[in-house]
Write a protein that binds this ligand. Structure first.
Ligand code: THU
Length: 163
């Protein structure tokens, strides 16, 4: 038997002001996108801003549905839109910001499991890591480089691809 230990690396900043200007702007765009979400059921608003290698920024917000599972998270809205509009263009950074109507979100949110899997697929497709920035309404900002830090033992199988 062999027990393995897996380390993840998350950097915590006291606030967005400790980040480079380009990343502050991206978080700001994520926050603005959160304000445009359609979240009448959870009243929890999430925005995602994707910085592409070509310099374009694509934003998305969570889109809910009366049939709850039909809704989609902000991260997937943004990542799917980015690859629809600019297929094959690499994602450099994904900024995620959120706020709630009924409580103060004083810590960053992390993407849900399904979004982590979609981020993993994006990294595998482009063969490079994505920097992920995470922010609440107040409190620290978390940053990590590469989905392996949020989704250790990620499922991926290249041989499943038909071409
Ligand atoms: N949500 C996101 O958009 N991204 C996340 O990372 C976590 C959760 C959305 C889904 C749902 O519309 C609401 O937040 C509450 O779960």
């Amino acid at each position: 038997m062999n027990t393995k230990e897996i380390k993840v690396h998350i950097t915590e900043f006291n606030g967005a002001s400790e980040l480079p200007g380009e990343e502050q702007t991206l978080l700001q765009q994520a926050a603005e996108s959160a304000a445009k979400s359609y979240a009448p059921y959870s009243e929890f608003h999430v925005g995602a801003a994707v910085l592409l290698e070509n310099g374009e920024i694509i934003c998305g917000s969570n889109q809910e549905n009366a049939a709850y599972p039909a809704g989609l998270c902000a991260e997937r809205v943004a990542l799917f839109y980015a690859n629809s509009k600019y297929p094959g263009v690499k994602v450099k950074t994904l900024a995620i910001a959120a706020f709630a109507d009924h409580f103060i979100l004083d810590k960053p949110i992390s993407p849900c499991g399904t979004c982590r899997q979609v981020i993993a697929e994006t990294e595998n497709r482009q063969q490079s890591k994505i920097k992920i920035l995470m922010q609440g309404e107040s409190g620290p900002v978390n940053m990590t480089e590469g989905i392996e830090n949020l989704l250790p033992l990620t499922f991926y199988e290249e041989k499943l691809k038909k071409k």
